[in-house]
Design a binder for this molecule. Structure first.
Ligand code: 5AD
Ligand code: SF4
Length: 442
């Protein structure tokens, strides 16, 4: 029996799909490389923007033909989209051949759901927030030498544009004890990079009775190098309002914690930030960047930026471009604001016309591209330590890996080197892409 998983959206979903794969393997399913060969197809969905949602519904629609050919095919829809208000009803109505719908916080039900459908031909719909998730799934990891580790689920921030708090529920953290146990066992298995995941890692610990916080968690993991040897620790995402001095100090203190921070700004205009409920100003954000750079001069800072939020004037947008130039991000994920039902911003009156949004995103991308080019050019000729991560599928014999600051580098080497640290001298830079060659110490 074969399974095929379609994963959409962020790293959180990529990691959830590793858990889904683990559950399916535990009941005898094997991964296959196309939906046509599958006995079970899982859609692990995202609804952060309308474009994602439309695409996914289109893909689910395409499975109707396959289901007519193979009545035993099991179709599962899970993840953020299924957790939206009214989604279960609309899936039942418009896609009646879907057999299982699960939410974002009850994945552990998948095993029983699949057994119920395959044995009794009885459909299974449940999107309750169980939040009992302790990580006792066998996780089928797919990103060696990196391993994703959840530290917190959900979000309490309610940025006015964002659907995440509604579909992923309230924030809750795993205790340090459980996270450490998972990290130690990954290091024992030979993973060389651990990436901690949470919607807002900086508020890690809220609600835990133990008083644990993110700096404490980082410290505990930072100390593991003594016992387990060299590895890298990354984390995402950091909300600027909660990035404390303590966390900045810990990141700069422990060598295993990468000097690389993903710090979404969203907008460079204080007024837009206020309307977004981000709870920082343009000035505070820039101060934070200066503070981080003062402690870690070689830090790589990346961000998320949105254009076309309701009420965004030309001046607000210019302020964003100006901030991008000042912040010197090594890269930025740039988005066009998308209206999400049920969020406060969807009800704001001054929505921005499509054409204006399109022109602003083009200008923003060009602006960030200039910044990236400038940073890349400065890297040429320097040597950086890189963790060999995998093959570059476009070029034979070329591997890729990241610098500590998070920049992706292409270089020639044997695939046997995956999981090893090498020194790479940067030979040339093509905007975001760096090319280099391994240097061996004399
Ligand atoms: N429209 C466009 N982009 C959004 N994001 C979140 N919600 C929306 C939305 N409604 C972006 C933010 C966030 C990233 C994960 O997705 O920039 O940081
Ligand atoms: Fe969405 Fe804001 Fe929470 Fe991030 S912090 S998930 S943007 S509500």
């Amino acid at each position: 029996m074969n399974y095929f998983i379609h994963t959409y959206g962020c790293q959180m979903n990529v990691h959830d799909s590793e858990k889904i794969a683990g559950i399916l393997q535990s009941i005898g399913y094997i991964e296959c490389d196309s939906v046509d060969k599958a006995d079970i197809v899982v859609f692990n969905t995202c609804c952060i923007r309308e474009t994602a949602e439309k695409k996914i519904y289109g893909h689910i629609g395409q499975l109707k033909k396959l289901k007519i050919k193979n009545r035993n095919l099991i179709i599962v829809v899970c993840g953020c989209m299924s957790q939206q208000d009214g989604a279960v009803e609309s899936i039942k109505k418009s896609y009646p051949y879907v057999d299982i719908v699960l939410g974002t916080a009850n994945l552990e039900m998948l095993k029983d759901a699949v057994l119920q459908v395959s044995k009794h031909r009885k459909k299974f719909f449940n999107v309750d927030f169980l939040n009992t998730r302790e990580e006792d799934f066998s996780i089928s990891r797919t990103s060696y030498p990196n391993a994703w580790v959840n530290i917190a689920y959900g979000c309490n921030n309610f940025c006015t544009y964002c659907i995440v708090p509604y579909v992923r529920g309230r924030e809750h953290s795993r205790p340090i004890r459980d996270i450490l146990k998972e990290v130690k066992s990954l290091l024992e298995e030979g993973y060389k990079e651990i990436t901690l995941l949470g919607q807002n890692v900086n508020s890690y610990g809220h609600g835990l009775e133990t008083g644990e916080n993110f700096a404490m968690l980082l410290t505990e993991i930072g100390k593991l190098e003594e016992t387990y040897g060299k590895f890298r620790l990354r984390f995402m995402t950091s909300h600027p309002k909660d990035l404390s001095d303590e966390v900045i100090n810990v990141v700069s203190k422990y060598p295993v914690i990468c000097n690389n921070i993903h710090l979404p700004v969203q907008s460079g205009s204080t007024e837009i930030l206020r309307r977004m409920n981000r709870r920082y100003t343009r000035e505070k954000y820039l101060e934070l960047i200066s503070k981080v750079r003062a402690k870690m001069p070689d830090v790589g800072i990346t961000t998320d930026i949105m254009v076309g939020f309701p009420g965004e004037t030309e001046q607000d947008f210019e302020d964003t471009l100006d901030l991008v130039r000042q912040a010197k991000y090594s890269s930025a994920f740039c988005f066009v604001y998308s209206r999400r039902k049920g969020t406060p911003a969807d009800k704001m009156e001054d929505q921005i016309p499509y054409k204006v949004k399109q022109s602003r995103i083009t200008r923003l991308l060009a602006c960030q591209n200039e910044v990236t080019k400038e940073i890349s050019a400065q890297m040429v000729g320097n040597t950086y330590e890189v963790l060999v991560e995998g093959a570059n599928f476009h070029y034979q014999g070329v591997m890729c890996g990241r610098t500590e600051s998070g920049r992706l580098v292409n270089f020639k080497c044997d695939s046997k080197m995956i999981g090893q640290f090498v020194n790479v001298k940067i030979d040339k830079a093509k905007s975001a892409t760096l090319w280099g060659s391994i240097v061996t110490e004399e």
